[in-house]
Design a protein around this ligand. Structure first.
Ligand SMILES: Cc1ncc(COP(=O)(O)O)c(C=O)c1O
Length: 393
């Protein structure tokens, strides 16, 4: 059966070049990067080359990159590394749980947390961030791009606000890296998280950019790895893979791959909505008219249960998602979509399509045919669909 994968915000396949770059570090190049003999020097050199590549992707110095076990750890290191009891932290309602739940835990540890709402397009208003600042505000944590909608936040403005008020700014760029060109100096952030498996690198490796001079308390205590910012023997194959993925991402921007991806994404949403418009106008974009990363679209189909649609599509070979992978299977609607003002029903009727470098234009045709027929079939079976009013806006 033909299978098309349009769930690249959950994870991306490792590119063949990445796998090839990693392969020797599972075999003949096995040394511990802290060892001083030949084997250690070989892997140390590979780790430092990867650090240079990740730094090139983010426009920072190699010494400002700390390798972690992924995006979750990078977010946690930024948040727990800076905030102390009595501090105030500003975040947003649409963050990934790696940030939201870390902030919830901060509250239990005696910090105050303000969650900034978003508008109907899924955007944080920088003026709200400014208004939320208190004398004890230590950290602003607002994401670069949302994992469910792809909406890119006004991070440069937020960075300026943070810098003017002398407050640390962390941005979760797990869904931005490799999709949008990121320069930490243009963003004006002090900390920025990325994850290997969202940019065609391996799972279980990520990085935190830490601006020079930022004093972070480590999460892990042990050896003096990563300049004492993250103890533990390095995941050398993973780090090498992340470095290669960063190099390929840079080459992709130079070729304009992101524009090709945006064209495929735009065709999918345009044609899906055209098909819908000939029927009952029961679909629309979530996050419309907001800046977005080029690979993501999130669409609601009224009268449909998103989980049922995903299962039906999967049976026919199309992999998509209702939102964050870690909340799939949960019956609660997406916290991101409800924060944008969608009703519970519309949030539950929403599907995320996310492209990766491996997708071809034919994948759009495959998805178009399948989604249109499956939505129509599920609506026919629905006892409530005819009662759902057509969209009026
Ligand atoms: C925006 C965002 N932040 C953080 C994470 C967590 O990254 P990881 O899976 O590498 O722990 C994810 C993963 O879905 C994400 O989308």
């Amino acid at each position: 059966m033909r299978r098309v994968y349009l769930d690249n915000n959950a994870t991306t396949p490792v590119l063949p070049e990445v796998l090839e770059a990693m392969r020797p570090y599972f075999g003949e190049r096995f040394g511990n990067a802290s060892s001083i003999h030949h084997h250690g020097q070989e892997t140390r050199a590979a780790v430092e080359r990867a650090r240079e590549s990740v730094a090139a992707l983010l426009g920072c110095r190699a010494s400002e990159i700390v390798f972690t076990s992924g995006g979750t750890e990078a977010d946690n290191l930024a948040i727990f590394g800076l905030a102390r009891a009595g501090d105030h932290v500003i975040t947003s309602t649409i963050e990934h749980h790696a940030v939201l739940n870390a902030c919830k835990h901060l509250e239990a540890k005696g910090c105050e947390v303000t969650c900034i709402p978003v508008d109907g397009r899924g955007l944080v208003d920088p003026a709200d961030v400014k208004r939320a600042i208190r004398p004890n505000t230590r950290l602003i944590a607002i994401m670069f791009a949302n994992n469910e909608t792809g909406v890119v936040q006004p991070v440069a403005e937020i960075g300026r606000i943070g810098a003017e008020a002398d407050i640390y700014f962390h941005t979760d760029a797990v869904q931005g890296a490799g999709k949008a060109v990121i320069d930490v100096n243009k963003v004006g952030c002090d900390l920025l998280a990325i994850s290997g498996h969202k940019l065609h690198g391996p799972q279980g490796v990520g990085a935190l950019y830490v601006r020079k001079g930022t004093q972070l308390e480590p999460l892990l205590y042990g050896g003096s790895h990563e300049r004492s910012r993250r103890a533990g023997t390095e995941n050398v194959p993973g780090i090498v893979g992340l470095g290669k993925a960063a190099e390929l991402a840079i080459a992709g921007f130079e070729r304009g791959d992101d524009q090709g991806m945006a064209a495929a994404r735009d065709r999918l949403e345009r044609e899906l909505l055209e098909i819908e418009a000939t029927g009952l106008n029961g679909a629309d974009l979530n996050g419309e008219r907001a800046p977005r990363v080029p690979n993501t679209t999130n669409i609601y189909f009224d009268g449909i249960d998103g989980e049922a649609l995903i299962i039906a599509l999967d049976l026919k070979g199309l992999a998509v998602s209702t939102g964050a992978a870690c909340s799939s299977g949960a019956i609660e609607p997406s916290h991101v979509l409800t924060a944008m003002g969608l009703t519970r029903d519309r949030a539950k009727a929403s599907i995320r399509f996310s492209f990766g470098k491996q997708n071809a234009p034919e994948d759009v045709d495959f998805a178009l045919g399948l989604v249109a027929t499956t939505v129509a079939r599920l609506r026919e079976l629905s006892p409530v669909w005819n009662k759902v009013p057509a969209r009026t806006t």
